[in-house]
Design a protein around this ligand. Structure first.
Ligand SMILES: [Zn+2]
Length: 202
């Protein structure tokens, strides 16, 4: 099967044959990748999402940061951090942290699960909505890194000031695993599967 594909980088329109699994079609002029078939897309997306979902539990149950401040020792989970920020009147930051590290990762994983399940059963329903789900998951992707980054900055700043001893807690490792596995999961999903012909062979 042939299709006309316009290169996203150099805008050259060209005929491209449907690539075989595990191969990619390159642009004739600039060499950018035009289209590729992701191998075992559904199984990979499902495996990464499930692993991320498992790590989501310790990421929220265990403290992500441990702090010693003039002899006072404290441990904070993500939720503790949100509550403390809220009590300190930093409600905007509290909401951002809550969304970026608790709600959005969970919604991303549920969204990926929904995409995998509907593509697995070759559902022809809600295709536009599913395409939007995929787009939204890709757009919010980088923002999940936000608070790992913020925490790293915080630890570095506090270390510089010698104010307190800040150590990453076990939850942070799990949290990082959730972020990385979710990125791998959304990168493994092939959006073309949303639009596959329900009657075509696999
Ligand atoms: Zn090109």
């Amino acid at each position: 099967m042939q299709a006309i594909i316009v290169c996203k980088i150099c805008a050259l329109a060209q005929y491209v044959r449907e690539p075989q699994p595990d191969t990619a079609a390159e642009c004739r002029r600039c060499g950018s990748i035009l289209t590729q078939v992701k191998v075992n897309s559904l199984a990979r997306t499902a495996a990464f999402s499930l692993a991320a979902l498992i790590f989501y539990v310790p990421a929220n149950v265990y403290p992500i940061v441990r702090m010693e401040f003039y002899g006072a020792y404290s441990e904070s989970t993500v939720w503790d951090g949100c509550v403390k920020l809220f009590q300190d009147g930093q409600w905007l930051v509290a909401i951002i942290v809550f969304l970026a590290s608790m709600l959005i990762p969970l919604f991303k994983l549920l969204g990926l699960g929904f995409l995998v399940a509907t593509a697995k059963f070759r559902s022809a329903r809600l295709r536009h909505e599913r395409t939007w789900t995929y787009k939204i998951i890709n757009v919010v992707g980088p923002w999940a890194m936000l608070d790992v980054f913020l925490l790293a900055v915080l630890v570095a700043l506090v270390k510089l000031e010698q104010l307190a001893t800040v150590l990453p807690g076990p939850g942070l490792l799990a949290f990082t695993a959730v972020v990385v596995l979710t990125i791998l999961a959304s990168a493994s999903f092939d959006p073309k599967l949303i639009w596959q012909d329900p009657d075509a062979g696999s």
